[in-house]
Design a protein. Structure first.
Length: 192
């Protein structure tokens, strides 16, 4: 084996520095921002994995519900949560007039249920959906990881949506399984 020459060491050093410059250019490109827009927000949030919930409410015309990935814990004391709903949603008029709503945390085995409640015009409470009226008449879905019945505390306008803040009044966290996630526009299972 021969000892490295000064030329070999210089070439290796130059290659390392050029590699560093490439890394710097990549970091600079990653730091360049795009103007705020609906497409930018959608693209960024496709990178954000979120839990999947179904929100339900009872109305004079029957129960309504929709899939939500915007569910957030707001406060432990009092026990508040929030989610958003579009004012163009078929569930909005019933939810707007409801004093209580149901919040259901879906398990990875419930991607079909999540898809059903996400589809416009679907028969969400048809024969394929196991549910029963719960406290305050709120429709409760069977087989979920956890559920809450909440009192609607506040509704805040936010563009074409409303942020609903609700207080938990009853619930059950004892479901079995792992959570369903939403990422890159698809329902996914949690992986270790």
């Amino acid at each position: 084996m021969t000892a490295p020459t000064a030329t070999t060491a210089l070439t290796a050093s130059t290659a390392r520095h050029e590699g560093d410059r490439d890394d710097d250019r990549d970091r600079d490109r990653d730091r360049l921002g795009l103007p705020g827009s609906p497409d930018l927000l959608r693209s960024v949030f496709r990178q954000h994995a979120a839990g999947v919930a179904v929100i339900t409410a009872a109305g004079g015309g029957g129960p309504v519900g929709f899939t939500a990935t915007s569910l957030n814990s707001v406060s432990a004391d009092p026990p508040l949560l929030s989610f958003t709903i579009g004012t163009g949603s078929s569930s909005w008029p019933v939810l707007r007039d409801s004093g209580h709503i149901g919040v259901h945390i879906l398990g990875e085995h419930q991607s079909e249920l999540a898809g059903l409640f996400a589809r416009s015009g679907a028969d969400r409470f048809g024969p394929a959906t196991d549910w029963a009226p719960g406290p305050h008449g709120v429709p409760l879905l069977d087989g979920v990881l956890a559920w809450l019945v909440c009192r609607v505390a506040s509704v805040v306008p936010a563009g074409a949506h409303r942020v609903v803040i609700a207080e938990a009044v009853e619930g059950n966290p004892a479901g079995q399984g792992r959570p369903l996630l939403y990422h890159q526009g698809r329902f996914n299972a949690l992986r270790d």
